[in-house]
Design a protein around this ligand. Structure first.
Ligand SMILES: [Zn+2]
Length: 430
């Protein structure tokens, strides 16, 4: 592969000094080889980045690619009704083909809006199709089949025994963990406490430890969900997960809207990560997570769009803007600076995935996951502070070019790893 040379950009490095540099970046193979002024490499392919922000690839720590096809089809419902009346029946009706299409649509949207890494939760079946789409379209991804071996109102298409759930999980780990030169990884994905037996959760903890895998689940999203957990298990959600050994630096829990002080303490002590999904929490009427308090207590917080039917888009720029805005009326205007929010979409996301040495900033030796965003646009000028500009004034449509693992996957707003026209045709026919 020819080296890539990004010339004349404004590089928002997110290095320890948080420097923004007028510099060129040399990429060799899949890594950042050099950052400096006036780099000249005759053999390199040049990417011109004048009047462009050059950012570390953005990271989302909670999405559902399998749900993209259900966009705009599950409106005005609270979490448990939304799942039982709409999402589970739709997921239960998925075929291999529809999961693949749903994942392609989601990944194309994510890449074109600057997200280069995701932590995804699949549905119960057809998880190979999600990995296949990630492999083909070139996003960096952790995914795993949703595990659901008990619970009420689960449609037949999603019901599975504990044994089958574990067997399929183990098969998928063997097949996909570390695939595409390490770009794809498996994350264990018990859906949430109310859909998993204690036996299953204990096995998940064992497998995570044995194979050094991430655990990805939903926790404390909705008040009624938490009350049901308390009723069934006699414990708070986090208290219960902690008792089973599921908290820890290798775990990412989506939401954390309804947490008491004791639960926050557990998350902090065990270094468990939270994925904050502000659009989803508002749209399903779940509430507003106290992310400033989490950060204050040393809890690592990443950002996610969640699935398309509870958002209804997968745009990280909207999540960043909203994550900042929703806190201000509740906790004062000084809470959550734009720089902190930008860290949630970069370095904190990387940390949640155990990849803080590899992605999340533009530094020599890190993986070349890089996003180029138009800088000279009237809706974002003047733009003296990069974080404020990127969090508050930048729409996803300003993303021009995207590089993942050293490969250009979007160039001048055109996705190169699939045909957007064919994809649109397939969706319109489905
Ligand atoms: Zn979710």
């Amino acid at each position: 592969m020819k080296p890539l040379l990004i010339k004349n950009g404004t590089v928002v490095t997110m290095n320890p000094l948080r420097e923004t540099l007028a510099a060129d970046i040399l990429i060799e193979n899949n890594k950042i080889k050099k950052i400096g002024k006036n780099l000249k490499i005759p053999s390199a392919q040049i990417i011109e980045a004048k009047n462009t922000w050059v950012l570390p690839g953005l990271i989302q720590t909670h999405v559902h690619l399998c749900q993209t096809l259900f966009r705009n089809q599950a409106e005005d419902l609270e979490l448990l009704d939304w799942l039982k009346e709409k999402i589970w029946p739709l997921e239960g009706g998925h075929t291999e083909k529809s999961v693949f299409l749903s994942a392609q649509l989601g990944i194309a949207e994510l890449l074109k809006s600057g997200t280069t890494t995701i932590l995804d939760m699949g549905t119960v079946h057809h998880t190979d199709q999600i990995f296949k789409a990630c492999e083909e379209l070139g996003i960096r991804a952790f995914s795993g089949k949703a595990m659901m071996d008990e619970g009420n109102d689960i449609p037949r298409g999603l019901q599975e025994s504990t044994q089958d759930s574990l067997k399929e999980t183990k098969r998928l780990i063997e097949k996909w963990h570390g695939a595409a030169q390490g770009r794809l990884k498996y994350a264990l994905a018990p859906r949430f406490v109310l859909s998993c037996s204690e036996k299953l959760l204990r096995e998940v903890q064992k497998i995570a430890q044995e194979k050094n895998l991430l655990i990805h689940t939903h926790a404390s999203e909705n008040k009624k969900e938490c009350e049901e957990v308390q009723k069934q298990k006699g414990k708070t959600t986090i208290g219960y997960l902690h008792q089973l050994g599921l908290c820890g630096p290798h775990s990412s829990f989506a939401h954390g809207v309804w947490l008491n002080d004791e639960e926050l303490e557990i998350l902090s002590k065990t270094k468990t990560n939270i994925s904050h999904c502000p659009s989803s929490n508002l749209k399903l009427g779940s509430g507003i997570a106290n992310t400033p308090k989490m950060l204050e207590q040393g809890i690592n917080v990443g950002l996610g769009a969640d699935g398309a039917p509870c958002n209804n888009n997968l745009d990280i720029f909207q999540e960043m803007r909203l994550a900042a805005l929703i806190q201000k009326p509740l906790r004062g205007v000084k809470t959550l600076s734009s720089q902190t929010v930008f860290e949630m979409a970069t370095l904190k996301g990387a940390k949640a995935l155990g990849l803080e040495q590899e992605i999340g900033s533009i530094e020599v030796g890190k993986k070349a996951d890089i996003v180029l965003v138009s800088k000279n646009v009237l809706h974002a000028l003047p733009n003296s502070d990069p974080y404020t500009t990127l969090v508050y004034s930048t729409p996803a449509s300003d993303v021009q070019t995207v590089i993942v693992d050293g490969k250009v996957v979007v160039k001048n707003r055109k996705i190169l790893t699939t045909s957007e026209e064919d994809l649109l045709d397939s969706i319109n026919f489905s």
